[in-house]
Every structure is written in C-alpha cells, then in structure tokens.
Design a protein around this ligand. Sequence first.
Ligand code: HEC
Ligand code: HEC
Length: 269
Amino acid sequence: MPRAQLARIVALAVLASGLATATAVAQPPVGIVRPDPDKAARMSPLQLGAQLFAGNCSTCHGGSGFGIAPAEGRRGVGDVAGAGPPLRGVGALAADFYLRTGYMPLGKPSEQPQRSRTLLHDNEIKALTAYVASLGKGPPIPSVHPAQGDLGRGRELFTEHCAGCHQVMAQGGVVTGARVPPLQNATPTQVAEAVRIGPYLMPSFSKHQISDAELQDIVRYVQWTKSPSDRGGWGISNLGPFPEGLVTWFIAAVVLVGTCVLIGKRVRS
Ligand code: HEC
Ligand code: HEC
C-alpha cells in the first residue's frame, strides 16, 4: 500500500474515532421513566415514589424492593440483566444518599456507583426516599451539625478510619477493585450517611465503632479539607505527607549534590 494512502486511512480512522467519542459525549444520559405529569400531580408522595420505583429501580431491586440476585436478573434497559441488593430495611438514610449523590439509578449492575448529576427532581427524590423507607423499618436521614464538631479529634479519627483509602486530605485515590472518590463534593449529611452505609467496597461503621459525636468530628474535618488554611510553609496543593516528603527530598538532593560539588572544587583548587 502506498505511503500516502496509508496515511489517509490512518487520518480517517483517527477522525472517525474522534467523532465517535464526540457523539458518545453529546448523547443525553439515559432518562428517567416518569408518570404522566397531570397524574403525578394528583398522587401522594408515596404513590409517586412507588410509580418511580416501578419504572426506574425494580429491574434491579425487584418488585417491592426484595432484591434480585445476579443469576435471576430480568432484562431491562439496553438488554442488561438487572441485579441489586434488597432495599427492605435500608431506610431513608440509604435512599437519600444513593439518590442525592446520583449513584442511583445505576446503568449496569456490575459497575461501581459514581457521583453524577441526578436526573431526578427534588420532589421525586423525596417521594422515592419515602417509598424505600416504607418498605421496612430502617434508619432515618441523619442530622449533623459540623460546626459543633471538634476539628483536631476529627482529624485523628479520619486518619485512623478513613485516610487509608481516602488520603489524609480526603482527595481520594484507588484501592484494589474500586476508585475511591475525593470527599470535597459530599455534603455533611452525605458524609454521615456514607459512614453508616459503607457504599460499594467501603466498610460500614456502626455506632460502636464511630459514635454519633465522633461522626460529627469527622464531618467537621472533612468540611475543613474543602478549604484548608495553609499554615505557613509552601503550599503544594496539600498532596499529603508522602508527595510532600518527596518534594522535600528533591530539594534536599539538589542542595546536597550542590554542596558536594562546591566542596569538591575547593578541595581540588
Ligand atoms: C476500604 C476503603 C475505604 C475506607 C476505609 C473508607 N472509604 Fe469512603 N469510600 C470508599 C469507596 C470505594 C467509595 C466509593 C463508593 C461507591 O462508589 O459506591 C467511598 C465513598 C465515600 C463517600 C461518598 C463520596 C462521594 O462523593 O461519592 C464518602 C462521603 C466517604 N466514602 C466517607 C468516608 C469516611 C468519612 C470514612 C472513614 C470513617 C471512609 N469513607 C472510609 C472507600 C473507603
Ligand atoms: C442497573 C441496576 C440498578 C438500578 C436500575 C438501580 N439500582 Fe440501586 N443498586 C444497584 C446495585 C448493584 C447496588 C449495590 C451498590 C453498592 O454496593 O454500593 C444498589 C444499591 C442501592 C441502594 C443501597 C442499598 C444498601 O444496601 O444500602 C439503594 C438505596 C438503591 N440502590 C436505590 C435505588 C433506587 C431508588 C433506584 C431507582 C431510582 C435504583 N437503586 C436503581 C443496582 C441498581
């Protein structure tokens, strides 16, 4: 094949893949199935919640939130077999967290839930939350007052329980099998909810492990990481002790080598 022709084919392939990604990005996200607006207006929150659940959640979570094991999944949107945990007893707490973070509705049962812009309206989130809460006795949405928390204690508790995955400055990272999100987008309520739920691969923490008062301290610390005050020193965007130490070593190495060269010159001359 002549060079020029090959180059043209490569250029076309690059263009085509570029276009493909462009259209993929431009496509609207999978929509929410809603009842007719006139009918919805006449429904009680619980009725609306039940309707929204049937249309958007039951392919994975089952008819009345009994859950669906991966093997028995029904085919849903995009011919994906649905599967999801039972929701009876998870309470308003879990529903509020998973819906307000945009974690749910999930695209595919196997994928890690991710923070995204939610396509549900506020009244729909409240309706779905009320419906999920009505399925069984479960914890309510927690109320937290970060201003009453202790920052120093929060930092200690965060370092002990959370930093192993989320990093000291709550910037996130990766652990085996999961992306660990940064916590700067989480509201105080969502931090408190996540600690009690343990979404995806995160462990859940009971009140024996982390009391409500300690949780408030942790939330205060997470709030602080959103706009940490750099106390002195050189702000290298709070990368955490390891990279910060590395930077120190780079500077130290340059200074050390420089000193050796200088001394060497003096000795020789
Ligand atoms: C074993 C690792 C691990 C530990 C320990 C851990 N987390 Fe997580 N955390 C995760 C993972 C993974 C996710 C993402 C969950 C998902 O995608 O469904 C997450 C999600 C979160 C979220 C939701 C953030 C968002 O914006 O999506 C919050 C808030 C959170 N964690 C707070 C904490 C706090 C506070 C602690 C300590 C008490 C903690 N985590 C301990 C791994 C961990
Ligand atoms: C494609 C399948 C799928 C769809 C659709 C879906 N979910 Fe989920 N859902 C899951 C899976 C899988 C998990 C487990 C995720 C995890 O471990 O964090 C989950 C977890 C949850 C949880 C947390 C359960 C717990 O044990 O704490 C809640 C609450 C939830 N979903 C609510 C909903 C609601 C409400 C909808 C509809 C708006 C919905 N989901 C749609 C698959 C789905």
